[in-house]
Ligand binder design. Structure first.
Ligand code: SF4
Ligand code: SF4
Length: 340
């Protein structure tokens, strides 16, 4: 498809162009080192060169908390709040977060399609941007390149003087309509290398995890893990939630609320009757890693981790998903050599 060039000096004009036609969500700086996706009011506050946003665009399709229905026992009625399509442009999304949206789509389409998520997803258009991998990214190990344009309607690749613009869909072409850009035909600059790697291909990883169920790394990690659940909450592919009824003091009305939950939290594993089926933090950590690299991968053929590095960057205990997985790989290889 067509390739053109957006000079750095015209980026603000480009954002204004988008804003006059659409609601635009984009990365904004929050504090010294943090970035967040927010609705854009001031184009100058948008940051297209950023390492990662704390939370991904997931929050716009699966809000941290939402009301599923209001009920009234006096009239024996229940009403579901109106859910609206997001109908917005997401500017500046990294390739791993676009891959995460695809995985969420799969989750909410498979089995009984989940209406609220799918309604909100409607009208979302994505303008991806390339990024320079930092000390936490390892998306290359799960097959997602910083220049990967999959899922984007338009993709912006960093160039010393601005951005190379790839238009990938008809919706992307519509976003650029009325904003003239000169054509660009030169090759893209070489991308920077990842410094973090998982050292075996995904198809071997499932086998290694299967053999690592009783590995000491789970207990060792549990000694420093605070069971805070941050690694779940920042993950762009985690989609587990809790549903609770909030009942009025009169007991005859209330609402059914859904909120994000996470497998690292003890309460998540508690079921009716008070039984906790993953009491130990070690078992919860193992489950988290197996969800990312085995259970869902076995079912779908692709890892459910997109290598964003958020869980490691946000963990106050310094627990690294890459270190855990590489330790399992190393020990499995050593074991194979010993038993060979
Ligand atoms: S963020 Fe770190 S400390 Fe918190 S639950 Fe996850 S691994 Fe444990
Ligand atoms: S498991 Fe960690 S690195 Fe993988 S997608 Fe989730 S937050 Fe990102």
């Amino acid at each position: 498809m067509a390739q053109s060039f957006l000079e750095q000096a015209r980026v603000l004009d480009f954002i204004v162009h988008l804003q006059t036609r659409h609601t635009v969500y984009a990365p904004h700086r929050r504090g010294q080192r943090s970035f967040a996706f927010e609705k854009t009011s001031d184009p100058a506050a948008v940051e297209l060169d950023y390492p990662r946003v704390l939370g991904s665009v997931k929050k716009y399709f699966l809000p941290p908390r939402e009301t599923l229905m209001d009920f009234d026992l006096k009239t024996d009625t229940a009403t579901a709040p109106q859910v609206e399509p997001v109908n917005a442009v997401f500017l500046g999304v990294h390739s791993y977060d676009l891959a995460a949206v695809k995985r969420l789509d799969h989750n909410f389409l498979t089995g009984k399609p989940e209406r609220n998520y799918l309604v909100r997803r409607q009208g979302a258009r994505f303008i991806g941007v390339s990024y320079v991998p930092d000390k936490f990214h390892f998306a290359g190990s799960v097959g997602i390149d910083p220049y990967d344009m999959t899922g984007s309607d338009v993709f912006l690749t960093r160039h010393p003087d601005g951005w190379i613009v790839d238009v990938l869909t008809g919706e992307g072409a519509a976003l650029l309509q009325g904003f003239a850009l000169p054509p660009h035909a030169l090759p893209k600059p070489k991308r920077e290398h990842f410094t973090q790697h998982i050292y075996v291909p995904q198809d071997s990883l499932g086998r290694i995890l299967e053999a690592s169920y009783d590995h000491p790394v789970w207990n060792e990690t549990a000694r420093s893990c605070l069971s805070c659940g941050t690694c779940n909450l920042v993950c762009p592919t985690c989609y587990c939630f809790n549903v609770e009824d909030q009942v009025a003091v009169t007991g005859d009305s209330g609402s059914r609320e859904r909120s994000w939950d996470g497998c690292m939290l003890r309460g998540f594993t508690e079921v009716a009757g008070g039984e906790v089926f993953r009491e130990k933090s070690a078992a919860r950590q193992r489950h988290r890693i197996y969800r990312k690299f085995k259970y869902l991968s076995d079912a779908t053929g692709q890892p459910w981790c997109v290598g964003c590095g958020r869980c490691t960057a946000a963990c106050t205990a310094g627990i690294s998903i890459v270190d855990i997985v590489n330790r399992l790989i190393r020990d499995a290889e050593r074991e194979e050599k010993i038993t060979a």
